[in-house]
Design a protein around this ligand. Structure first.
Ligand code: CP
Length: 321
């Protein structure tokens, strides 16, 4: 596997899931694969789970790890070609990337959407520069439009906690005070579509339609109560306006309706549904204290499975070196 961005990069999902459970049973089974190999993790944005779980997965596989926080101690990087660099940016990404590639065997990149230019964000410009110029296999640690390590961990969590063969899984928009990217809901929808043995419903206010390439065969239901009825899993997430129905709204907050916050009444509409969120979460905006602290909340097992999803991805990449 030369890069990991979308679900297709993993090949058959049943095989990947079997590998995930194999690794969960014995996290150090493939420790020999990473001997004298170095992972470089490059963060253009903050992280808690991705940083820790990716480093842990790499250590489980016997790798060395280098972490670079671009905005904390590195030269400020210019990302556009043709710019006269007489401002505060001292180095161009087009030199920095091949230099980074010299010091490692695999590269993980976190680079969020700017949310001002839809075309630029959805072209995954920064990620593709790493793929093109680093000379090393690259994987997404949440990029402008996708967060595959999270979606893979979510799928593992659903598989572990489902009580019916074909669960109803509901991805629900919830309100937030900041404009957030669409990477998590995009990947969640993409991976649930690929899973096949899941009935996926997406619910959000009108105007918040996700890009059709991620929605796939999901049912879109604008009535949140109707969507929640009979659900086995509720996956809450805020996202800013994806600009699908009105491009001028891209990246904006066009709805602040607090009735979408997931509370105990919302959960009472479900089939004793489990609550999921990728974290970090703003309590009492996205979800109430009662729901996130309830016995049906899966937010911690979900975060724990980030180590497992990443271990499978790094293992595959090491095997392909
Ligand atoms: N869920 C997730 O990716 O968390 P971090 O942003 O803390 O890495």
């Amino acid at each position: 596997m030369k890069s990991f961005i979308n679900v297709q990069d993993l090949g058959p999902l049943d095989k990947a899931m079997a590998e995930a459970f194999e690794i969960k049973n014995d996290r150090y089974k493939y420790q020999h694969l990473g001997k004298n190999k170095t992972l470089m993790m490059i963060f253009f944005n903050n992280s808690l789970r991705t940083r820790l779980s990716t480093q842990k997965a790499a250590m489980n596989l016997g790798m060395n790890v280098i972490v670079l926080d671009v905005n904390a101690g590195a030269w400020k990087l210019e990302t556009e070609r043709g710019v006269i660099m007489d401002g505060d940016k001292s180095e161009h990404l087009l030199e920095a990337i091949p230099v980074m590639g010299c010091y490692c065997d695999l590269i993980g990149v976190r680079s969020f959407a700017g949310l001002t230019d839809r075309e630029y964000d959805y072209a995954e410009t920064v990620l593709h520069q790493f793929i093109k110029y680093s000379g090393k296999p690259v994987f997404a640690m949440e990029t402008a439009t996708v967060h595959p390590l999270q979606a893979f961990a979510d799928l593992i969590t659903i598989e572990e906690h489902k009580t019916v063969e074909r669960p109803k899984v509901v991805l629900t928009w919830a309100p937030h005070c900041r404009a957030l990217p669409q990477a998590v809901p995009n990947s969640f929808a993409e991976w649930m579509n690929a899973a096949e043995d899941v009935d996926l419903v997406i619910t959000h206010p009108k105007g918040y339609e996700l890009d059709p390439k991620f929605v796939g065969n999901a049912c879109v239901e604008y009535d949140q109560k109707k969507a929640f009825e009979g659900a086995d899993f509720i996956y809450a997430k805020n996202w800013s306006n994806p600009g699908v129905t009105n491009p001028a709204d891209y990246g904006k907050i066009t709805c602040e309706d607090r009735s979408w916050t997931v509370d105990t009444e919302h959960m009472s509409w479900t089939n004793n549904g489990k609550f999921m969120h990728c974290l970090p979460v703003r309590r009492n905006l996205i979800v109430t204290d009662d729901v996130i602290e309830s016995k049906n909340s899966l937010v911690i097992p979900e975060a724990a499975n980030r180590e497992i999803s990443c271990s499978v991805v790094l293992k595959r990449m090491l095997e392909a070196l």
